[in-house]
Design a protein around this ligand. Structure first.
Ligand code: ADP
Length: 169
């Protein structure tokens, strides 16, 4: 069987796949980190489309076109701001699950995730990486008929190594 989960070391805005997942904030009107990078590369039309979406709740996901990105679509999901409570995990799992459900609904077959909540939102990588991998594996197991390639975009060496370890590579 073809490998369904891959790792990419680098900038998510440069990945050639059908869809990339943005770690957005509730306003969906852009921000720092990966969100800022995506808006810069996609161009101002993205902000216009985002305005019409009227925000997004934590754990949920909304889709837009990719504009000047190589990706056709962007899924915007809002991760939890880490506070050490049980709900953090549930919300982070919801981000991955809801993004994959939305991708499936749109006939998308390749999707790259940024490491949601692990930047400004403060989710420790040692916790977030296993949660992300488990949530994706669980979704793939529940959707065996679905042809879906999932890429974890790793922006630095530390994140890259942690995904490699978690995936047993
Ligand atoms: P959040 O607010 O959800 O924490 P951030 O954008 O601050 O979102 O960080 C999420 C993750 O995205 C961090 O691990 C950061 O290293 C990573 N990141 C930042 N810029 C990029 C990029 N251009 N491509 C891929 N990942 C990125």
């Amino acid at each position: 069987m073809r490998k369904q989960i891959k790792i990419d070391y680098g900038d998510i805005t440069q990945i050639s796949c059908e869809c990339i997942v943005n770690a957005a904030n509730k306003s969906l009107l852009g921000g720092g980190g990966v969100d800022g990078a995506i808006h810069r590369v996609a161009g101002p039309e993205l902000l216009e489309e985002c305005r019409a979406l009227h925000g997004c709740n934590t754990g949920e996901a909304k889709i837009t076109k990719g504009y000047r990105l190589k990706a056709d679509y962007i899924i915007h999901t809002v991760g939890p701001i880490y506070s050490g409570v049980k709900e953090d995990r549930t919300m982070l799992e919801n981000c991955y699950r809801n993004s994959l459900d939305l991708a499936k609904e749109h006939g998308i077959h390749s999707i790259a995730f940024s490491a949601i909540s692990t930047g400004v939102y403060g989710y420790p990588l040692e916790e977030a990486v296993p949660i992300a991998v488990a949530a994706v594996r669980q979704w793939l197991a529940k959707n065996p008929e679905e042809e879906m390639e999932v890429i974890f975009s790793c922006f630095n060496e530390t994140i890259y190594q942690m995904y490699q370890e978690e995936l047993g590579e």
